[in-house]
Design a protein around this ligand. Structure first.
Ligand SMILES: NC(=O)CC[C@H](N)C(=O)O
Length: 365
């Protein structure tokens, strides 16, 4: 595919700012909240991570598509991002393990994207003005109609998206004769979390977002897990109720990202929408219990209030984000309950935080 043959497309931000580029994938219009990820690798894992549902992602890495796709490198079935904004989209790819091009993958999954964008300008713009809704469109003849369409899109704040991506029916993962049984609440679970648990001798029953504590307890698990997922944690009252019951009953619980926020909310700690989230694979964290540093994979736009955790009698901060001092991990005092704002399962990203899965296994013993 020659650059000249690509159709014109635009990235239109909620405040009317327009960035021009060329269309990749399918044509039409797609809407989402614009965010950026600084990872140099792992684009396919990011595109299929359900936590990104409803988001238009800007890749700061200058080359996207150059190592193709591989059917094994997915975090859920199909693409979850609402659109991609990139600098240089590669139609050519080169890697032994890839079994297709990103272009074919986008067409197969119906993703609308834009390339040849000045992504450095986009990122510095959103860094300054904060997260906002945006659209990518090839329907560039009527900008006013696009603006009207974008104005109708709901804000990410207050949006329950976990119910859209969660499984509708419970399912099992791993070996049924494994040593530990885990009941996991699926708010948009990444497959690598299930792989990490199964590799540590867990048999997992994955429940839909609407599951009650009683339904999850009927599996007779050694521990409970609350998953990552898209959208605002605040409206997810049923999940907060489940977390509260698990904690009140003194059971073992581990939460990642959205699950971490749910645990905090269940204890009366508020969450807030960040000016810009953390999305990348080199975010520095300090574990306050061990004093050790970790380089971590992150993807979140909301955060737990430090003020509220510090005012709480039963919750403590266990991990802190070293870039901006935000809360990155909490634990319930004297209970086997802890959670982190980042992604110990990586995919993509470093494995520094994989010890948290071991800690969960220890807590289940
Ligand atoms: N990765 C996640 O679970 C993200 C949690 C939540 N949707 C946020 O943006 O903060």
């Amino acid at each position: 595919m020659k650059y000249k043959e690509l159709k014109k497309a635009i990235l239109l931000l909620e405040d009317g700012t327009i960035f021009e580029g060329k269309s990749v994938g399918i044509e039409g219009t797609t809407i989402g909240e614009v965010c950026y990820n600084t990872g140099m690798t792992g684009y396919q894992e990011i595109f299929t991570d359900p936590s990104y549902f409803g988001q238009i992602m800007v890749a700061t890495n200058a080359h996207i598509g150059n190592y193709g796709v591989n059917d094994d490198e997915v975090e859920s079935e199909g693409i979850k991002i609402a659109g991609l904004v990139c600098r240089n989209f590669s139609y050519e790819y080169s890697r032994d393990r890839s079994n297709g091009s990103l272009d074919e993958y986008f067409k197969k999954h119906g993703l609308l994207s834009i390339t040849d964008v000045d992504t450095r300008a986009v990122v510095s713009y959103i860094r300054k003005h904060g997260a906002m809704n945006a659209l990518i469109s090839t329907e560039v003849d009527n900008i006013d109609a696009l603006k009207a369409k974008l104005a109708e899109a709901p804000s990410m704040k207050g949006l329950d998206l976990a119910s859209v991506v969660s499984t509708k029916e419970p399912y099992f993962y791993g070996n049924e004769n494994a040593k530990y049984k885990v009941s996991a609440l699926d708010l948009g679970i990444k497959t690598n979390i299930l792989r990490n648990l199964a590799n540590r001798d867990c048999y997992i029953k994955v429940f839909p977002n609407t599951a009650t504590f009683e339904e999850m307890a009927a599996f007779n698990p050694d521990g409970y897990f609350l998953s990552n997922g898209p959208g605002d944690p605040e409206p997810l009252k049923s999940a907060q109720e489940v977390a509260k019951t698990i904690i009140d009953k003194n059971l073992t619980l581990f939460g990642i990202c959205l699950g971490h926020q749910i645990i905090a909310l269940s204890q009366g700690i508020s969450t807030y929408k960040m000016h810009n989230g953390h999305r990348g694979i080199n975010h520095p964290i300090k574990n306050l219990i061990t004093g050790k540093g970790e380089i971590t994979s992150q993807n979140h736009g909301f955060n737990v209030s430090r003020e509220d955790v510090e005012a709480s009698n039963n919750v403590e901060v266990t991990h802190v984000h070293l870039n901006d001092n935000t809360v990155a991990g909490i634990a319930i005092k004297d209970k086997k309950v802890f959670s982190v704002q980042y992604h110990p399962e990586a995919n993509p990203g470093p494995h520094d935080a994989a010890y948290l899965f071991d800690q969960f296994i220890e807590n289940m013993k």
